[in-house]
Every structure is written in C-alpha cells, then in structure tokens.
Design a protein around this ligand. Sequence first.
Ligand code: HEM
Ligand code: HEM
Length: 231
Amino acid sequence: MHKVLIWDLPTRIFHWALAGSIGATFVFAYGFDENDSRFQWHMLAGLIAAFLLVVRVVLGFVGTRYVQWKYFFLRPADSLSYFRSLFRGPAILYAGHNPGTSLVALLMFALIPLLVLTGITQEWEISEDLHAGLAIALAVAVGLHLAGLAFYTIRQRDNISAAMVTGYKTAPINSGITSARPWTALVLVVVIAAWVNALLGTYDTRQATVKIPGLSGVVHLGENKKWKFWD
Ligand code: HEM
Ligand code: HEM
C-alpha cells in the first residue's frame, strides 16, 4: 500500500481550527469560575466552533472527494465488516473516513450546534441541564476519536494521525486527490480570520456582550445577565 494525498489543505486547516476551538471551550469552562471574566472566552470559543462548522458544511458540498458528505459511511453492514477486519487484521482500507471516523465525526457535527444552541439560551433551565450533558457527550466523542486513532495506529502499525498533518494516508494507489487546494485554503484562512476578527471587534468585555457577524442578535456572555440571543 502507498501513501496518497487524501486530505486537502482546507480540510486540515478546518480540522485543527475545530480541535483548537473545542479544546478551548473545555479549558475555559473547567479552568475558570463562571463569574470570572475569562469564562467568557469559553463562549467565544464555542461561537467560533459554530462558524467553523458552517464552513465545514459548505466544504462538504464543494470540497475535494473525501470531504464530501457522500463519503461518510454509516451503513451497519459496512461498519460491522470494518470493525471485524480491524480486530482480526488486516483492516479494510478506506481512502477517506472509515466507518468509525464517519460515525464519530458526524456525532461531533451534531453535538456542536446543540451545544451552541443550549449555550446561548441559558436563561432556560432546560438549556442549562442539557448543555452540561451534551458537553460530556462531546468529550466522550473526542475521547472515542482519539482512542480509535491510537487503536488503529497500534493494530495496523500505521500512524494514521499524521494524515491530518501531511494530508497523506495509506490507501490504494489510485485513490488520491490531485491537489491539496492551497488557494482555497488561503481563501478559507482569510474568511475565518475576518469572521473571528469581526466577532472579537464587537466583544464588549465590561458589558459581556458580543454580536454575531452576519446576524443581528446580541449574545450576553456574563453570568449575572440573562442570556438572550435576540436582543
Ligand atoms: C478536540 C479535538 C479534536 C476534534 C474535535 C476532532 C475532530 C475531528 C473531525 C470532526 C474529523 C472529521 C474531519 C472532517 O471530515 O472534516 C476528524 C478527523 C480526523 N482527526 Fe480529529 N479531532 C480532534 C483531535 C485530533 C487529534 C489530536 C488528532 C491527531 C492526533 C486527530 C486526527 C484526526 C485524523 C487523522 C482524522 C481523519 C481520520 C480518517 O482517516 O478518517 N484529531 N477529527
Ligand atoms: C462546542 C461548544 C461548547 C462546548 C463544548 C461547551 C462546553 C461546556 C462545558 C464543559 C461547560 C461546563 C459544564 C459544567 O459545569 O458542568 C459549559 C458551561 C457553560 N457554557 Fe458551554 N460549551 C460550548 C458552547 C457554549 C456557548 C456558545 C455558550 C454561550 C454563548 C456557552 C455557555 C455556557 C455557560 C453559560 C455555561 C455555564 C452553565 C452552568 O454551569 O450553569 N457554551 N459549557
């Protein structure tokens, strides 16, 4: 088997930006008291994760082959034969996401909007309860993701994690994409940086409010305020 180009640069940039923002939400949520102004960074990181997800949805339609939505494999029969082959070895090779990463990635993609929704509607008691539970579910999903990568690496003696850095993965020789799309990556970086800059530009530390670029709502980030999206 050969190392072939599977993950284009936009996907890799999206991945590490998402991992960073999700990591930050947990660090700031558990690292600081809710009354500490630094807790507000928890919510800013969550809003950034939400924007990254919007970008990812678009990439799922316009991106290179393995980023597209149709390349996520969820059929129980596929998953069963994949996991059987993984435990017995050698694993069935998937050029893009295997059934394991397909499932865990889609789980994360579903949990993040729910977390943001319950995060910005904290004035409702139900949101408060749900938010903490959803956060645990996301932590479990990330844990499964990392455990899956570690298991694959040991079992297959193939460092699959490197693929999200270099773009190259062990896969059948003719399965690669032809370009890493550096220009699309540049546009992506500019768009993400501009959005984050616009978000932080509206951030009022004293009032603990922020406006979402492109939307008319104000989000209250302070513990003693009522969180109301449309204000
Ligand atoms: C909070 C941390 C993380 C989150 C939220 C996360 C999330 C994701 C998501 C959503 C995907 C699917 C990519 C897509 O289709 O757009 C993915 C794939 C992947 N991630 Fe992560 N990730 C995290 C940490 C890591 C770390 C630390 C590594 C490496 C050590 C890693 C390596 C990979 C690899 C190699 C894939 C592709 C797997 C495949 O071949 O299907 N991730 N991750
Ligand atoms: C992917 C995004 C997010 C993740 C992973 C996440 C995760 C968490 C975690 C782990 C906690 C601590 C729960 C506990 O103490 O048991 C928390 C609390 C909180 N989060 Fe988030 N969150 C996200 C997005 C947001 C957003 C966008 C907002 C608001 C704009 C928000 C507002 C809050 C508030 C107000 C609390 C304190 C709630 C309480 O303890 O009563 N979160 N979040």
